[in-house]
Design a protein around this ligand. Structure first.
Ligand code: SF4
Ligand code: SF4
Length: 315
C-alpha cells in the first residue's frame, strides 16, 4: 500500500540498501507481539507471500480466505491481506503464546517491520520507521539479514516489479468509470497471480517437474482450445495483458543481464544470441528483394528490425 508520508517525521532521515546496517534487531522480540495485532487490513500479501503460506499451511487460497486472510480494495485493486481476529485484533497466525505460527514463511511485510520501502525511479530503498517498534535495546543488523529471505536480489527484483505493475493498474483504474474494465482487471489479478498458478505449482513440484510446465499446461487446459473455462472478460483484455507481461519480461531480462554470468556461460550463450539473429537477417536479405521488391539495403534493415523484435512473435 502506498502512503504519502513525510519521511523526516517518521524515520531517522536515512535511506538504506540491503548491505547497510540498520538499528532494527530486537533479538527475537522477547515476548512482544505488538506488530502482530491491531494492524487492520494493512498487512498486504503479494503473490509470493501467498505462495509461501499456501505451501506451508498446505491450504488453497479459498481455504485461507475462510479465516486467515481477507480481500480488500486498495486504490481500486482487490488484494489479499492478513486477517486480524478477536476482540484484541490479533493476526490469525499468532499463537496464544504470542508467537508467529508461520515464522519461517511469514509475509514480506512482517519480515520488513519496522522498515518500510521508499519507491522512486522504478526502484526502492529501505527506511527505518523510528516510532513503530518500542523495543528498547535494539542493535544494528544488516538490512538483508533482517529481512532474511533466500536470494534477496531476486526477491527485491520481484517486489519492485510487483509494486510498479500494481501501481500501473491502479493508475488505469483511477482514470476510468468503466465498471466492466474494473471487474476484468481485478478478476485477472486474483485468478492469475493468487489462485491458479500457485495451486498447480504444488502438484508439479511434488512430481519434481518445473512449475513452469504446470503453468503452461494449466493455461492450455483452461484456454478456449480445450475446456474453455476462462471468462470472456479476461480473454478480451488478454492482448493488453500479454503486452504488459512482455514489457516486464524484456525489461527484467535486460536489467538482470550480468557480464560475469555471461562470461560464465560463454560461447554457447554468444552463439545462441547471434546465430538465430544472423539467420533471420540473412533470410530476409535473400528473400525480401524477390518477394517484396525492396533493395538489399532495405531488406537488411527490415531483417535487423525483425531479428531485434523476434521475441514478440512468441506472444
Ligand atoms: S514491535 Fe518490535 S519487538 Fe514487538 S514484535 Fe514487533 S518487531 Fe518485535
Ligand atoms: S504472520 Fe506472523 S509475524 Fe506476521 S503479523 Fe501474523 S503472527 Fe505476526
Amino acid at each position: 500500500m502506498e502512503r504519502n508520508i513525510n519521511l523526516d517525521e517518521i524515520s531517522d532521515g536515512k535511506l538504506y540498501g540491503g548491505n547497510d546496517l540498520v538499528k532494527t534487531d530486537c533479538h527475537g522480540c522477547k515476548g512482544c507481539f505488538d506488530c502482530c495485532r491491531g494492524m487492520g487490513s494493512s498487512i498486504l500479501l503479494d503473490p509470493f507471500d501467498l505462495y509461501q503460506i499456501e505451501k506451508y499451511q498446505n491450504a488453497t487460497f479459498e481455504e485461507l480466505l475462510k479465516n486467515r486472510i481477507e480481500l480488500n480494495v486498495v486504490d481500486g485493486i482487490i488484494l489479499p491481506n492478513l486477517k486480524m481476529v478477536g476482540s484484541d485484533e490479533r493476526c490469525s497466525f499468532l499463537s496464544d503464546e504470542g508467537r508467529c505460527n508461520i515464522h519461517g514463511f511469514r509475509p514480506g511485510f512482517c519480515r520488513l517491520f519496522p522498515l518500510g520501502r521508499l519507491y522512486e525511479d522504478r526502484s526502492f530503498k529501505y527506511f527505518l520507521q523510528v516510532n513503530e517498534c518500542k523495543y528498547k535495546n535494539k542493535t544494528k543488523i544488516k538490512v538483508q539479514k533482517w529481512i532474511n529471505t533466500a536470494d534477496i536480489k531476486k526477491y527485491e527484483e520481484f517486489i519492485n516489479e510487483w509494486h510498479y505493475y500494481i501501481k500501473e493498474l491502479q493508475e488505469i483504474l483511477k482514470g476510468t468509470q468503466d465498471n466492466a474494465l474494473i471487474k476484468k482487471i481485478n478478476l485477472y489479478i486474483l485468478n492469475n497471480f493468487y489462485m491458479i498458478p500457485y495451486n498447480t505449482n504444488h502438484i508439479f513440484q511434488k512430481l519434481k517437474l518445473p512449475s513452469l510446465v504446470g503453468m503452461l499446461l494449466t493455461g492450455m487446459i483452461l484456454s478456449p482450445y480445450a475446456l474453455n473455462l476462462l471468462d470472456d472478460s479476461i480473454l478480451s483484455i488478454s492482448p493488453d495483458l500479454r503486452k504488459l507481461a512482455l514489457v516486464i519480461i524484456l525489461t527484467r531480462a535486460g536489467l538482470a543481464m550480468d557480464m560475469e554470468d555471461l562470461k560464465k556461460v560463454g560461447r554457447p550463450a554468444v552463439l545462441m544470441c547471434f546465430i538465430p539473429a544472423s539467420f533471420e537477417i540473412l533470410g530476409v536479405v535473400v528473400l525480401a528483394p524477390k518477394l517484396l521488391g525492396v533493395s538489399i539495403i532495405e531488406a537488411a534493415v527490415i531483417g535487423t528490425v525483425l531479428a531485434a523484435v523476434s521475441p514478440e512473435y512468441y506472444q
